[in-house]
Design a protein around this ligand. Structure first.
Ligand code: SAM
Length: 463
């Protein structure tokens, strides 16, 4: 039986037969490696640009794997009888993963292979049409309010996964879990994982992702920021929050509902109260560049007492680039031109009112050191108004005293294929993940090499 609706959206699948479904997906090689082998580098790369035609051409044979790629990645109907060779169809229908469409069957959700850090085959479950191309992706989730959409793994998700300290932890919190990717990674090295989200649908998707991937269920709690965890403390807090600085809260996954960069600031400021001594909080963030204010001063002002901080600005965009990036991400560029222009105008109005000249993208690592004289390092990889200097992560100098977290991992970004967001910011601080030759699911990313542990240094780079 599918679960009762958590909102006005159609019911989501139930995880009752997740193990059976997982066995079937694995048997058909519906895994990151298996799909790359089937599609090949070119069709895979096209799919990561939200172009489906090459993948459709590569899946005309009707094998179980081709059927699954068409069903879950391309969101095409597949003949009932053909799908029987790939899936426990009756159970999938009963649980709500599939619906009938005449003699054919359709998927109700996107199920996407994702390679785990230790070579695990995992699967990320998200709304249809949202795993590639953001909310303006290759399709739509029928009946789902666009504000409540739950996206799959994007470049930002994999950047954060790559940055995260993977020391054994007693407890980890994934704040704003979405479809559960950070919780999935945390399940490998944290004894207890808590995942929160303001969107009830996201929590259900996280439950599906974890169940399908065969990892223990997390403690799932609904609510905003730290509200759902009361006074609980964690060894690790990770968050890829809705960091976009926008004129209106249109998409829960993207716009935090607070003005300017207040949501990221609040998250940073409140994190100290929820960290165990020595614990880490790691998040992606966007921040405003305003007239007469050094961004490093602004960010240093966010750091709570008792925490060391390492803040890296990966890129800066001017307000027009930023507005266009997120308009495209939301699919607004395909809208009526007048509505597009009105929306664009609203973004520029918002920035003008707030005296915002540019927006910084980056990541923040806090460590609860308890020190009276916290060490704060804020450094940029880009010049304001310009593109990232020297490429994505090149040239980032790790402050002395912050040993590299240099373990090379196979995936931390092994989703197939990455959701593409337009523009240089590409999903915010993440950068656009390189499209996929087979290696896309296997190559470790540079970000993982720049992780600090014991931040003890003054505010380097401060003017
Ligand atoms: C950019 S998505 C990140 C999803 C996932 N953690 C990842 O890394 O891909 C942000 C998530 O934060 C959730 N969210 C939005 N506002 C929130 C808030 N005030 N408190 C907690 N979560 C929130 C959204 O529903 C969405 O699932």
């Amino acid at each position: 039986m599918s679960t009762p609706p958590l909102s006005s959206a159609p019911p989501l699948p139930a995880p009752d037969h997740a193990e059976q479904l997982r066995d079937a997906l694995r048997a058909a090689a519906f895994t990151a490696d298996g799909c790359l082998d089937l599609l090949g580098a070119t069709a895979y790369a096209a799919l990561s640009r939200a172009e489906t035609v090459p993948a459709l051409r590569a899946t005309r044979g009707g094998s179980p794997l081709e059927s699954l790629v068409r069903l879950f990645l391309l969101q095409r109907p597949v003949p009932h009888e053909r799908l029987r060779a790939a899936l426990p169809v009756d159970e999938c229908l009963a649980d709500g993963w599939l619906v009938r469409d005449g003699d054919e069957l359709r998927a109700t959700v996107d199920v996407r292979p994702y390679a785990g850090d230790g070579g695990e085959d995992w699967w990320i479950v998200s709304d249809l049409g949202c795993a590639v191309g953001g909310a303006g992706g290759i399709g739509t989730a029928p009946g789902v309010d666009r504000a409540e959409l739950v996206l799959g793994v994007g470049g930002a998700s994999t950047t954060l996964a790559g940055l995260t300290v993977r020391d054994p932890a007693g407890s980890a919190l994934d704040l704003g879990t979405g479809s559960g990717v950070q919780a999935l990674h945390a399940s490998r090295h944290a004894t207890r994982v808590t995942a929160t989200d303001v969107n009830a649908r996201a929590l259900h998707f996280t439950r599906l992702t974890l169940a399908l991937s065969g990892v223990p269920e997390a403690d799932l709690r609904q609510g905003s920021l730290f509200d759902p965890v009361g006074e609980d403390r964690y060894d690790l807090i990770v968050s890829n929050p809705p960091f976009v600085i926008s004129p209106a809260g249109r998409f829960t996954y993207r716009d935090g509902g607070m003005r300017g960069d207040d949501l990221c600031r609040t998250l940073v400021q409140q994190s100290a109260a929820h960290l165990n001594d020595g614990g880490y909080c790691q998040l992606l963030a966007n921040w405003q560049h305003t007239d007469g204010e050094d961004w490093r001063e602004r960010l240093a002002g966010w750091v709570p007492r008792g925490c060391d901080a390492w803040i890296v600005q990966r890129e800066v965009q001017d307000v027009t680039q930023y507005a266009e990036l997120w308009l495209r991400d939301g699919g607004d560029h395909r809208d009526d031109p007048e509505r597009y222009a009105a929306r664009y105008d609203a973004w520029l109005d918002e920035f003008e009112q707030r005296k915002v000249k540019g927006i910084g993208f980056g990541w923040i690592t806090l460590r609860k050191s308890g020190s009276d004289r916290p060490a704060i390092t804020a450094e940029g990889m880009a010049a304001p108004g310009g593109a990232a200097a020297g490429g994505a992560h090149q040239g980032l100098v790790r402050p002395p005293g912050l040993p590299a977290h240099a373990r090379r991992r196979r995936s931390a970004g092994g989703a197939l294929p990455a959701r593409r967001r337009g523009g240089a910011g590409a999903g915010g601080p993440a950068g656009r993940r390189g499209p996929g030759a087979r290696g896309a699911a296997r190559q470790p990313r540079d970000a993982a090499r720049h992780q600090g542990r014991h931040g003890r240094r003054g505010l380097r780079g401060r003017v």
